[in-house]
Design a protein around this ligand. Structure first.
Ligand code: AMP
Length: 596
């Protein structure tokens, strides 16, 4: 079906930050973008200084930085001045524990005020923050703590008890566990964060910070092997700030809500750093998705700019169809809302148009990934929207489409890649490194980092098409990683967990397309000889995986299959499993076990 472009015929009430795409793009330089930040008083650049202290020292001290809505709907506000004091105390706590530059501080917390204090206090102290998604189970938590060399973990008594305590000895480098809220007394080897904070001074001088100092560590998944720790540096704040202006159209008086959890890169870059660097008021909801709750928050909090995800929009579409018994959006006052954007998975044209018809605002899709650290391709407030397209590259971002070889990898001949010239032809999306939030490496994994580049381009692993006018259209992933409800899941991590069950001998995990979540994780399992497949065993395996991996990663479906397709070297062929599941042609099966 062809979708008409959504034209921006009437000028928006608030003049867009990027009014003329071509003009801004041709004039843009990253050094100008850097000049919009203040830098540390003695030189250098520190994310937390840009996000907190510089506002607290200016006329914004009493402005609300965070409006935190708890699960019980109570609202706590934190001003920039108060956030400065709290983050200074947290930095002081780290210093008192002899945690310093480059040391890793992990958070495993819901979206409570202390999460924000811990993130920004860690950055002030020039330590490195690694957020963990609280819906991870004990396996992903332990693995990331270990791979990331965690020295400090900030969490709650409940999360610690359920996900870490029993595995503590497997992470010998973890020196301090700081407990938010009550319960530290009953837990050996932990301390109460509140007690430590009460003893720390509420002023802290940020030590000299080089823009190249490591600031954030974000784990992301690949097709094989352990999760990869993408390293980001303090300079990334330059890109967070510039892209939030251009792609999210942030203005100083905005009330901004990003629904992503800071356990994922979107919730960190655009839920914490970018909006605070702009000095806006950030709405934080501790609760989970609920259509009524979300419309209420948008209305009551007078949200002006909303950054969310396609799965969430599709759930809202289901809850509030264009014609239906409910009129949820209209029973809340959404008149403050002026810009809606989404990221993380393909945004179907229906959702873009639903936004226009039901919310009164079309949804602006944008594209980026953990490694890029900030938005790379976007639909802009001042530009028409082509529903289904991710938009065009941001100022300062040079993108292209590269030709693939027969195996689905970028074609490299004598070290050179070939750009796809023909409009609409498919290839792998590649970016020319040089923007400040580009990842600087995968922690302890130089090989995997180097493999992500060819001929001076960073290879994103995404397949796209570019039309004749330079708009990018998402096609799919070039590898086997799974996007489910906007979360990136490595099939290997799920397979490894299921293989630990004594009844299981082999596993292949794929994403099965789903109309709401994009994909759901599905595992195909071969059983040990003599074990009979039956519904009880299926339930047991689902529960086993869920206990280990947590609801964010665990498979939703399991199928028994004693004849998993394998390569001659014995590797389960996920591509073929997926083709079978979807009734698609099998493609190239020359490496299939048993083929001639
Ligand atoms: P993550 O690193 O977890 O943020 O996931 C990044 C991946 O999400 C990208 O490589 C894409 O596969 C997918 N993704 C992000 N944004 C979009 C989008 N607007 N449309 C389609 N896929 C997207």
């Amino acid at each position: 079906m062809h979708w008409e472009a959504i034209r921006k015929e009437t000028a928006p009430a608030v003049p867009p930050r990027l009014a003329d795409y071509d003009r801004v793009r041709s004039a843009f330089t990253w050094s100008q973008a850097r000049a919009e930040l203040s830098g540390l008083p003695g030189g250098g650049l520190n994310m937390a200084h840009e996000a907190v202290d510089r506002h607290a020292f200016s006329g914004n001290a009493n402005k609300v930085a965070l409006r935190c809505i708890a699960r019980d709907d109570s609202v706590t506000t934190v001003t920039y001045a108060e956030l400065m004091r709290r983050t200074s105390r947290f930095a002081g706590v780290l210093r008192s524990l002899c945690i310093g530059r480059g040391d890793r501080v992990f958070t495993l917390l819901g979206r409570c005020p202390e999460l924000y204090t811990s993130v920004l206090g860690t950055l002030k102290n020039t330590s490195v923050l690694c957020p963990l998604f609280p819906a991870f189970g004990p396996d992903p938590v332990e693995q990331r703590l270990r791979l990331g060399d965690a020295q400090v973990l900030v969490t709650t008594a409940d999360l610690y008890r359920r996900k870490v305590a029993e595995r503590r000895t497997s992470v010998p480098g973890l020196k301090h566990v700081l407990i938010v809220g009550p319960g530290a007394e009953g837990l050996p080897g932990t301390s109460s964060l509140e007690d430590l904070m009460s003893e720390a001074p509420d002023t802290f001088t940020v030590p000299p910070t080089s823009p190249e100092d490591m600031a954030l560590l974000h784990f992301t998944s690949g097709t094989t092997g352990t999760p990869k720790g993408a390293v980001h540096v303090h300079e990334a704040v330059v890109a967070h700030h510039a892209t939030a202006a251009y792609a999210l159209d942030l203005h100083p008086d905005d009330v901004y809500w990003c629904t992503a959890d800071p356990g994922w890169v979107t919730g960190m870059s655009y839920g914490i750093i970018a909006p605070l660097a702009h000095g806006v008021t950030v709405v934080v909801d501790e609760g989970d998705y609920d259509a009524r709750r979300w419309y209420r928050i948008l209305g009551e909090q007078r949200v002006t700019v909303w950054y969310t995800a396609p799965t969430a929009l599709r759930m809202l579409m289901r809850a509030t169809p264009r014609q239906g018994p409910y009129d949820l959006p209209r029973s809340h006052d959404l008149s403050a809302l002026r810009f809606v954007a989404s990221v993380g998975e393909p945004l179907n044209p229906e959702a873009v148009v639903w936004g226009r018809d039901v919310l009164g605002l079309a949804v602006h899709d944008n594209w980026w990934q953990t490694e890029t650290g900030s938005i790379m391709i976007a639909n802009f407030a001042a530009c028409d929207i082509r529903p289904g397209s991710m938009g065009r590259p941001l100022p300062g971002v040079d993108a292209t489409v590269l030709k693939q070889d027969g195996e689905g990898r970028v074609q490299i001949t004598d070290g050179r890649v070939t750009e796809v010239e023909r409009p609409g032809a498919e290839g792998e999306l590649a970016l020319r490194p040089g923007w400040p939030s580009m990842f600087r490496g995968y922690l302890h994994d130089k090989k995997r980092y180097e493999a992500a580049f060819a001929d001076g381009w960073y290879l994103t692993g995404d397949l796209v098409r570019r039309d004749a006018d330079g708009w990018y259209w998402f096609v799919g992933r070039a590898d086997d990683v799974i996007k489910s409800a906007g979360h990136l899941i490595g099939p290997f991590e799920v397979e490894s967990a299921l293989l630990e069950h004594p009844a299981v001998t082999e596993v292949g995990v794929i994403g099965r397309p789903d109309p709401v979540a994009g994909n759901v994780v599905k595992a195909f399992v071969s059983l040990r000889e003599g074990v009979e497949p039956n519904p009880d065993l299926k339930r047991e395996l689902l529960g086993f995986a869920r206990r280990k991996l947590g609801p964010a990663v665990a498979p939703r479906e399991i199928s028994f299959d004693q004849n998993l397709p394998k390569t001659r070297s014995g590797k389960v062929m996920r591509r073929l499993l997926r083709a079978r599941e979807l009734g698609l042609p099998s493609g190239d099966v020359s490496t299939l076990e048993g083929s001639a």
